[in-house]
Design a binder for this molecule. Sequence first.
Ligand code: SF4
Length: 392
Amino acid sequence: MIKDCKYRPLFLKGKMGQGSYSLVSVCKSEESLDKKCKAKVILKSKTFIKGYDAYVFQSENVQEKVMNYLKLNNIPYICGVDEIDTLVDKDVIEMDTDRSTIKVLYRANSTDNVLMLTNKCNNNCIMCPDSLKVRTENKNIPLSILKKYIELIDEEVKFLCITGGEPTLLKKDFIEIIRYLGEKLPDTEYLLLTNGRMFYNKNFAESFLKSTPKNLITAIPIHGHYPELHDSISGVKGSFIQSFYGLKNLYELGGKIEIRVVINKLNYTVITNIAAMISNYFPKVVRVNFMAMEMLGNAVVNKEKVWIDFNSVQEKLKEAAFILLKSGIEVGIYNFPLCSLDESIWNLSVRSISDYKIRYKEQCKECSVMKNCGGFFNSTINMKDLKVNPIQ
Ligand code: SF4
């Protein structure tokens, strides 16, 4: 299996730490003078400079006078950090000094960053890449931490994905975060991933749309063209009605909307019906994206029920795409390798898998379109019946 060269770990492990939990942005280069909320990343012990909020050291053996200074001033630090070289200026990191670990929340040199508002969700989708355990853990992120994270993100950031769990479950705090993003990062493009159920409440939909930054698209999944099918995939009876009318409320109030169809064994034969329903009720959505599953969490637990190999989907996917295109709706195809798609719809395929998750099979080295192909999720590449067909 080939790893993409852009791979950067999201967790870094150190040998020893001290101090309190810190959310800070990375400062590696010496010329950076703005020291507010910055973690100095020190590759060589001689480069120590005072005045930062936290320190990350490559070495395990930091000079005694430096240690004394940090301890006396109660400044958090982590020493002996593996893969410290992978951090870059303006990354936003969460330092857990008790466990000596670093979580990279915002990757400054990536176009693929997320703002995760909560782990909780009011659906339990059969193919969700999170597990039920992750989505029900009581780990509420306080509003103050979410705001601090937003303040630390580089003002030049081009794109942010707002996600969860289900972000709208934060209710008033969700609206406040959306408003705050517009205030702090007004020129960024946003994609909000939501199941749309909360927008069934028209007042909530109105408050949301009044607060949204100018470049925000709301992406809502539709799993079936009738309630029983959608609900059997979302895991919640009544969710189709709420998602459908939530979507309708936003649509009628003028929201910019993307509809997502996650293709699995339960709905792949009816994606043409879903496409027809969308072109009938929502012809002015920004786009419709068909997506292959990421095989993690619930998707793995339910793999016998949900997994369908890409080639079996090929014909229906082409038909569904043409139904939408004929209605003037933009279509994207996500997470499908090129050799699993009919060549007539290659132009709809998006290199969509996050850079650190992309994998290719060994045979892909012989393929002439590898550089245009989005490959596979690291979690999907070893699924059964998954074949590649290198293009000559
Ligand atoms: S064989 Fe080519 S098209 Fe198929 S997955 Fe590999 S790189 Fe992509």
